[in-house]
Design a protein around this ligand. Sequence first.
Ligand SMILES: [Mg+2]
Length: 350
Amino acid sequence: MPGEMPGMGGGQVWVKVTVEDGTWGLGACSFGAPSASVIETVYAPLLMGRDCLATEFLNDLMWRASQRLGDAGHATVARSGVDLALWDLKGKLLDLPVYRLLGGPCRDAIELYATGDDLDWAMELGFTRFKLTNPIHYREGQEGLNRLEKKVGDAREMVGLDAELMLNAVMSYNVEYAVQVAEALRPFQMRWLEEPLIPGDLEGHIALKKAVPWMPIATGEDHHGRIAFRQLVENRCVDVLQPDLKWCGGLSEAVKIYTLGEAAGLQTIPHGGANSPFGQHFAMAMPESLMAEFWLGSDPGVPLEEVRAIPGMAVPEDGKLVPSDAPGFGMEIEEAWIEPFGSGGREYYQ
Ligand SMILES: [Mg+2]
C-alpha cells in the first residue's frame, strides 16, 4: 500500500507491506503520485498473497511487469519502495537488521563524506571528505570555469591536501565543457567529478572518460536499473557507481549493480546513502563501498540528532556512522502515522 506521513515529505512515497499475522515492513521511494500509482495499480495486485520472503522472485515479477512502463523511470522508482519494504519486513520477521541479512557487517563504522558548501560546519562535525555543489552551467563558458576554479581552489585550501574533495555537477555540462572543467580542476586533486552528463548519454560518458582518463568520474543517481549500470561498467566509462536505493530499483537492484561494479574493480557508493536507513544498511554490509554520502542540508550549529530525518535512524558522529541494529531497517515509525497516499502531507521532492 502506498502511503505518506504528514510532515515527512509529500513527494516521498512510503510503501507498507503487510503479511497475514499483521507484521508490516516499510520502504520509501520518491517523486510522488506517479510512483504511488504504479505501486497501487501494478505491483500491489501482482504481489498480493505471495511468499513475502521470496524477494528475488518478487523483484523479478515486478521488473518484468514494468518493462512496458519504462524501466528507467517511475516504474523502477516505484519498485524501489516495494523492494525496500520487503527487506524491512524480512528483517522484522527474522528478527535481524537488514545489514545482517545482506551478509553481516564488514566494518565497525561507515566512513562518510559531507555534501554541501558549508565546509566550516562539516569540518566542525568531524568530516574529512567533502563534496561541493556545482555553481556553473556549460553555457557560462570561460567565465564559469574561472568561477568554478576559484570555488574549488578556496575549498582545497580550506580542507587541506589530505582531505578528499569532490564536485557534484548534477548533469550541468556537455562533453566539451566537462573536459574543460576536468582540465581546470586538475591542480586540485579531485577524488571525483560527479554526474557531469545526463544519464542517457552513454557515448558522451565514453568520450569524456577517454578525453580525461586521469579524472575519476562518478555517476549513477539518475541511472535506474541494472542494464543502465551494466552499460557503464562494460564500457569502463565511470569509476564510481552511485545508484540511489529509492530510485534505482531498491536494495535488491543496488546489490546487483554493486556486483557488476565489484567484478570490474569499481566501487559502488550510493547516492545519499547515509541519509536513509536503506543506504546505511547497504554501506555496512558491502565491502567495495568504502564511504557513504551524507547530504548536510541542516542549519549550521544545530546538532544532527535534532534534525534526524527518520526516528530510529543513525546520524553521523565524528564523520562516521553505525546503523541501527534493530530488526529490519530499524525505523521507529508508528503505524498510525502512515496515511493513504494523497490524503495530506507537504509537497516536496527528494
Ligand atoms: Mg549527485
